[in-house]
Design a protein around this ligand. Structure first.
Ligand code: CO8
Length: 255
């Protein structure tokens, strides 16, 4: 498929998806959502994909939902556009590989929501974060009201959502919204190194870690712990056996 608003490439099981609509600060319109879904479809046919990375071209990661497209919507269309974003970002959580947001610049509104749907976030020192919906008389529509408090706690979430304050990468790190900050010119190098480290681990174990850990948002502790035991057990006799044997034999595992 020909993409107008993003480009992607995959090397050694690591896919990099770059938003290229920099003239509109990579704002998310219906076409961009269609293309994100298409790229996820393409990679769903590639079972040995190890890691996906999202990043943006220009000064923005993603500056939010496209205000020009939303401006004339009625309630029904607004709700539908919200659902489109939520369904798309839910696919990030469900994907059987870790997804890293490499945040090069503005991650605002829907852009911050996109980053939060990724499994973790690495930011350039240039990055800025915020949920400016209240400036527009709106609330978030791509699940910031649900993901942000789970990531940064309810008071930090309400502070960001109610004030629309834009915060720096340093502040985002302090709140736990990002896991690491790096100099802009080192961003992709650092994220690729991280992706390669993940790609070198037991592939089944990485997939199961994402699946079981993601379930913690939806199931109670007991159910989650039972799921953990079941998935833990499923690695014995195969990948786990090789990993443990390799450790004892002082060699690299042959996954
Ligand atoms: N939508 C559409 N166009 C945008 C957006 C956006 N979110 N952000 C920037 N642009 C466009 C600008 O209009 C401008 O276009 P043009 O050159 O044609 O005038 C171009 O990108 C460059 O932007 P600026 O000139 O404004 O660049 P600055 O460096 O001066 O400012 C900012 C950068 C501070 C990021 C500024 O562009 C800004 O405030 N953008 C809007 C940020 C925002 O409010 N985002 C939240 C949007 S709402 C949202 O995401 C809700 C999600 C849930 C939706 C639910 C569905 C109903």
């Amino acid at each position: 498929m020909n993409y107008e608003n993003l480009k992607h490439e995959c090397n050694n099981g690591i896919a990099v998806v770059t938003f290229t609509r920099s003239q509109a600060l990579n704002a998310l319109n219906s076409k961009v959502f269609h293309e994100i879904n298409a790229v996820l479809d393409e990679y769903s046919a590639m079972p040995d994909l190890k890691v996906m990375i999202f990043t943006g071209e220009g000064k923005a990661f993603v500056a939010g939902a496209d205000i020009a497209e939303m401006c004339d919507m009625n309630s029904e269309q607004g709700e539908k556009f919200s659902k489109l974003g939520q369904d798309t970002f839910n696919r990030f959580e469900q994907a059987p590989y870790p997804i890293i947001a490499a945040i090069n610049g503005f991650a605002l509104g829907g852009g911050c929501e996109l980053a939060m749907a990724c499994d973790f976030r690495v930011a350039s020192t240039f990055a800025k974060f915020g949920q400016p919906e209240v400036n527009l008389g709106l609330i978030p529509g791509y699940a910031a009201t649900q993901r942000l408090p789970r990531i940064v706690g309810i008071s930090n979430a309400l502070y960001l959502l109610c004030t629309a304050d834009m915060i720096t990468a340093d502040e985002a790190l302090r709140m736990g919204l990002v896991q690491k900050i790096v100099e802009p010119e080192k961003l992709m190098e650092e994220v690729m190194a991280m992706a390669n480290r993940i790609a070198s681990k037991g592939p089944k174990a990485v997939k199961k870690i994402k699946y079981v850990t993601r379930q913690s948002a939806y199931v109670d502790f007991k159910t989650g712990s039972e799921l953990e035991s079941k998935e833990f057990g499923s690695l014995f006799g195969n990948e786990g056996a090789e990993g443990m044997k390799a450790f004892l034999e002082k060699r690299k595992p042959n996954w």
